[in-house]
Design a protein around this ligand. Structure first.
Ligand code: ATP
Ligand code: MG
Length: 140
């Protein structure tokens, strides 16, 4: 069943550059409500767990090192059609391919240090939200 929630992280490059506030402003102005939010830092092990789906990809080790290199902000967001609309707001994985006006086009430094994460499905949005916020843990 489709839900109206997605999950995001402001990644270490954007946090370090002081762009968290500007990114959250864009998120709110696009109509997303912040349901849960915290600043935290992943260990390399936790980053590996979060991105386990990419374990076989050549960039996996670099991605885990990068995602644990500094603080991030994790948040659950709510809006109709949240997953799809948020992917549109953030733009393509590689900022070079991202549409004008998207968060990655404006703030991302590279295909790896690409400013924000956005869930790719309702199922993953629920799993990823529960990864950070125990009150959103699903039973079963
Ligand atoms: P995210 O899951 O972080 O929202 P995405 O869904 O757009 O990003 P994925 O294919 O899920 O892209 O890749 C996860 C992350 O791995 C990317 O956001 C990026 O940080 C990194 N990544 C993806 N492809 C590459 C690559 N070719 N080289 C280096 N890093 C990459
Ligand atoms: Mg992804």
């Amino acid at each position: 069943m489709a839900t109206n929630r997605t999950f995001t992280m402001i990644k270490p490059d954007a946090f370090e550059a002081g762009n968290s506030g500007a990114i959250l402003k864009m998120i709110e102005e696009a109509g997303f409500k912040i349901v849960a939010m915290k600043a935290t830092q992943l260990t390399s092990e936790l980053a590996g767990k979060f991105y386990a789906v990419h374990a076989e990809r050549p960039f996996y080790a670099d991605l885990c090192a990068y995602m644990s290199s500094g603080p991030i902000i994790a948040a659950i967001l709510e809006k109709d059609n949240a997953v799809e609309d948020f992917r549109k707001l953030i733009g393509a994985t590689n900022p070079a391919d991202a549409a004008e006006g998207t968060i990655r086009k404006i703030f991302a430094k590279s295909i790896e240090a690409n400013a924000v994460h956005g869930s790719d499905s309702d199922e993953n949005a629920a799993i990823e939200g529960a990864f950070y916020f125990s009150e959103f843990e699903r039973v079963g």
